[in-house]
Design a protein. Structure first.
Lengths: 87, 97
């Protein structure tokens, strides 16, 4: 187990919301598309919540698009680093 | 459209907004050892007593990740994100028969 971490790779806990959304075609919903900002916290800490967001929006007739590589800046915000967070 | 407004959409679901102020976590602040005591003091002002006084059947809505952690760790109550509450409500409606 220790060896895995020292190699610089972190094991995935769960999966990315993006991967989950790809299982269902997102371009065939009546109400069009919405952008879902699944950030690093959603993807790595609370992926089930992200998945529920996809399911909920799909049920309501919206396809979802997840912008790639979104970093939310939440970590910066929580430390008061507002300028960095804005970037 | 506020969270409170959205949460009132499901039939027979009433929303009460608790005047709790900060839960004591302030993002990552409350996870740090040196801030533990003050984060608990803040939570005990309004949040913990009010939530403890609520029946188990009452859903505690909390959009903040760390806020939900505070509830779970502090008083063993589960807070749910608006997305979860809405999804569960929709699922019940869809599959109810």
């Amino acid at each position: 187990m220790a060896k895995k971490f020292t190699q610089g790779k972190f094991p995935f806990v769960g999966g990315l919301v993006q991967k989950y959304a790809k299982k269902y075609p997102q371009n065939q919903f009546n109400n069009g598309s919405v952008y879902l900002f699944a950030d690093e916290f959603t993807n790595y800490n609370e992926v089930d919540l992200g998945k529920k967001a996809v399911l909920l929006l799909n049920e309501l007739g919206f396809g979802i698009k997840i912008p790639h590589g979104v970093i939310s800046g939440r970590s910066y915000l929580s430390k008061g680093m507002l300028i960095e967070a804005k970037k | 459209m506020s969270t409170r407004h959205v949460l009132s959409f499901p039939e027979n679901q009433e929303v009460e907004l608790l005047p709790t102020g900060c839960c004591g976590m302030a993002g990552s602040f409350g996870y740090e050892r040196k801030h533990y005591k003050i984060s608990q003091q803040i939570a005990n002002l309004v949040l913990f007593p009010r939530v403890l006084a609520a029946k188990d059947s009452v859903i505690i809505a909390s959009n903040g990740t760390s806020c939900r952690h505070q509830l779970k760790d502090g008083i063993e109550r589960t807070g749910l994100h608006t997305v979860e509450i809405m999804y569960d409500s929709l699922a019940q409606k869809t599959f109810k028969s």
